[in-house]
Design a protein around this ligand. Structure first.
Ligand code: ADP
Length: 399
């Protein structure tokens, strides 16, 4: 049984073909510059060399066709024919309040996705395009949607409601939704397995630290709070996003600097975070290099990032009345040992003791706290595609 996982952006399409028997990735790749000139597909089949196919893709339908051609190609293909693809799992950014789990895609689901598009105007329309393209090319293959927001639908009202006029929520759906849910769910489940504890018996704080970063409190298998909000702008500082700020800053900059609200928001999304503070880069490798050679603002950016994450971990330990485990994942969480060390360095009050030698690891599952540490600290590489494939399998076998 093979499942094709698709993550569609406005001009790109990432895919993985996963064999569910042993949960192995048969091929993965990326179609870029869809609808623009010089489109290309980078296709990596298991056990064979990576290939780059340069071919115009005027829309997502053509892109999916080229992906399917690559998967069945005589030389760099991995399957005999398309009928071996039993289902397609789509990543969808925003499920609003309609979806608390993955679902089989039908007309009603597509309608609900369109209705939620105002909540994620940059992402949902692209996700819908991918779904429609697959429907056209593979009309008989069942499809499921997995939502970045779904895992967080278990949050209680005191976590997801902002202290705003209640009508903002009832009339406009203004509330915390949270994102990266597939990743938080995967690593929190996986760490319970690694700790050999039942998922519904432990309290975990999951730190997804990548280009976008979010922290989640997972209380016995349920997300009870998360740092991203109505949009991914809220929470900890990120590569280029500010994270939490005083909203009055927007009006202040309109008045004092003659900027429009849209311009300030653009800065908050694209020119803030560690890029904004350092003035150097949003990439943590560049920042670490610069900090090492004495660049004060790079060091300050790293200090602010780690400090703000530490505050969230403390807050979530309080929110759950305790914590058994902290998990680091995504590009920074999996790779940056110095960032992990700086974050947990002042959490000894929680009973956390880091094993510096074990923390000196990259990109693999590892327990990085000492055996005596009261709270375990783990690195767990995320695997959103596998989570989507598993959910897709569950959806199609249920129906
Ligand atoms: P995305 O949110 O786009 O999926 P990733 O999870 O791939 O992002 O994370 C990307 C970030 O991970 C990069 O911006 C970079 O800062 C960081 N990163 C990747 N490798 C390393 C490394 N070896 N050391 C420090 N940071 C790293």
């Amino acid at each position: 049984m093979h499942i094709l996982v698709i993550n569609c952006g406005s001009s790109s399409l990432k895919y993985q073909l996963i064999s569910m028997k042993h949960e192995t990735v048969l091929a993965k790749g990326l179609a870029e510059r869809i609808g623009i000139n010089d489109s290309l597909l980078t296709h990596s089949p298991k056990g064979k060399d990576k290939v780059v196919v340069r071919k115009d893709m005027k829309d997502h339908i053509e892109a999916i066709q080229i992906v399917l051609d690559a998967l069945v190609d005589k030389e760099h293909g991995v399957i005999e024919d398309m009928s071996q693809i039993k289902a397609v799992g789509h990543r969808v950014v925003h499920g609003g309040e309609d979806f608390a789990g993955s679902v089989c895609i039908n007309d009603d689901v597509i309608e609900a996705l369109k209705n939620n598009a105002t909540l994620a105007p940059l992402h949902n329309p692209a996700n819908i395009m991918g779904i429609m393209a697959c429907r056209q090319i593979m009309p008989d293959v069942p499809m499921a949607g997995t939502f970045d927001t779904a895992f967080h639908q278990t949050m209680p009202r005191e976590s997801y409601l902002y202290a705003l006029p209640y009508s903002y929520y009832t009339d406009y759906k203004v509330r915390r939704y949270g994102f990266h849910g597939t990743s938080h769910k995967y690593v929190s489940q996986r760490v319970a397995e690694l700790m050999e504890k039942p998922y519904d018996a432990i309290k975990t704080v999951t730190c997804h630290l990548g280009n976008g970063s979010s922290i989640t409190a997972v209380d016995r298998g349920r997300s009870v709070d998360t740092s991203m909000g109505m949009t991914p702008l809220e929470g900890v500082p990120m590569g280029t996003r500010s994270g939490d700020i005083d909203p009055s800053i927007i009006e202040f900059m309109e008045r004092e600097a003659g900027m429009t609200a849209q311009e300030v928001l653009n800065d908050l999304n694209r020119k803030s975070g560690v890029l904004g503070i350092s003035g150097i880069s949003s990439d943590f490798r560049d920042l670490a290099d610069a900090a090492e050679t004495g660049n004060e603002r790079a060091k300050l950016a790293l200090d602010i990032f780690c400090y703000r994450i530490r505050k969230y971990i403390g807050a979530y330990a309080a929110a759950m009345n305790g914590v058994d485990c902290i998990v680091f994942t995504a590009g920074i969480g999996e790779n940056a040992a110095s960032v992990r060390a700086a974050i947990v360095s002042k959490l000894s009050w929680l009973g956390i003791e880091l094993d510096e030698e074990k923390n000196n690891t990259r990109g693999r599952e590892a327990r990085i706290s000492t055996p005596d540490s009261k709270v375990q600290v783990w690195v767990v590489p995320t695997n959103e595609e596998l989570m989507i494939a598993r959910d897709t399998l569950t959806c199609i076998t249920k129906d």
